[in-house]
Design a protein around this ligand. Structure first.
Ligand code: ASP
Length: 328
């Protein structure tokens, strides 16, 4: 009986269904993270690849859940988890960012606090080690929401954020994938985290190298508040991954929140409607991780895979890669 219940709970999470509890109660916490989505085929992964991703996801999840259980705020936790993922070259964010068409790295990141709808973002930066912390700086220390390029870097440097030479972002794997993409379209990736803390506050953070082979100056959905990143204590926190241009056109993250706010949909129904309704019909391949104010975690995708992890104070815990793939 215990096994059946656990299986049902895991299936609900992996398939993007709503899981209990239904009433907001202080003291609960919930967390989800992603490391990008796309059309992933199991046969293109070696067992070692799977193991590397599994370990990376579990490590980031562990950091986040310990912090939430200790009572840290959701805004601190989403930044902390995303920094961890940014530092891991496996993911397309921070250290492992993809290259633009002309061989640069232009990173985007955003963070949003569901308490007061405060938000910060940076776009097109190539010398900030952890763009998510620069996004938080913009949110907390500047009167702005979004800063780009050299202006964002100069501001971050002045405020003491860790800067790096642009060669820090060189990885052989991403360089080779640019070379392949110069001949043929290649895939993308992103990292993100959403959290509900014990005080009932929601937060979201997303960070990316963007789309492989993108044009110089292209900005995706990640730093556009409401497209790839959104948090509102009245509804949910959302972090997206996928083909950014579609996520901007459909203001995906805010649309999920708006369906809950104006139409009273559950998080699961709202996420399904946007990701597997509007978006899939328009080929906006990808997914979202989300958590609502009750602690329900929903991981919805229209691609065949999304690197993802989830955890909550009720004991739910897991990581997965492929769609409908049971927890690793
Ligand atoms: N959404 C990101 C972008 O378009 C890429 C991704 O998530 O795969 O920049």
């Amino acid at each position: 009986m215990k096994k059946v219940c656990l299986f049902m709970m895991l299936t609900a999470i992996i398939c993007g269904c709503r899981c209990k509890p239904k009433t907001p109660v202080k003291g609960k916490w919930a967390l989800a993270l992603h490391g990008g989505a796309g059309n992933m085929d199991r046969k293109n992964f070696t067992n070692e690849d799977i193991k590397r991703y599994e370990e990376a996801l579990k490590e980031a999840l562990h950091i986040g859940k310990l912090a939430l259980a200790e009572g840290k705020s959701s805004i601190d936790v989403v930044e902390m988890v995303v920094r961890q993922l940014e530092n891991n070259p496996l993911f397309n964010a921070g250290k492992g960012s993809v290259f633009t068409h002309d061989g640069r790295n232009e990173l985007d990141a955003a963070i949003m606090d569901g308490r007061d709808l405060n938000a910060g973002a940076v776009a097109g930066v190539g010398d900030i080690k952890n763009p998510i912390s620069a996004a938080r700086l913009v949110m907390e220390k500047s009167p702005h929401v979004l800063m780009v390029g050299k202006g964002a870097s100069q501001y971050a440097a002045e405020k003491g954020i860790e800067m790096v030479d642009s060669s820090y972002f060189y990885t052989e794997k991403r360089w080779m994938s640019l070379q392949r993409a110069l001949q043929k379209a290649d895939k993308n990736g992103t990292v993100g985290c959403v959290a509900l803390d014990k005080e009932g506050n929601l937060a979201a953070a997303t960070s990316t190298g963007g789309m492989n082979n993108k044009r110089y100056g292209r900005v995706g959905d990640v730093p556009i508040i409401g497209a790839g990143t959104y948090a509102n204590n009245n509804t949910c926190a959302v972090s997206a991954t996928g083909h950014g241009e579609y996520y901007i056109r459909y203001t995906v993250a805010h649309d999920i929140s708006a369906l809950m706010e104006y139409k009273g949909l559950s998080l699961a129904d709202a996420a399904r409607e946007v990701i597997n309704g509007k978006l899939s019909s328009e080929h906006g391949n990808g997914g979202v991780i989300s958590v609502d104010k009750y602690g329900n975690v929903v991981l919805e995708m229209n691609s065949t895979g999304m690197f993802r992890g989830w955890s909550n104070s009720e004991g739910l815990d897991g990581v997965a890669i492929f769609k409908n793939h049971e927890a690793l």
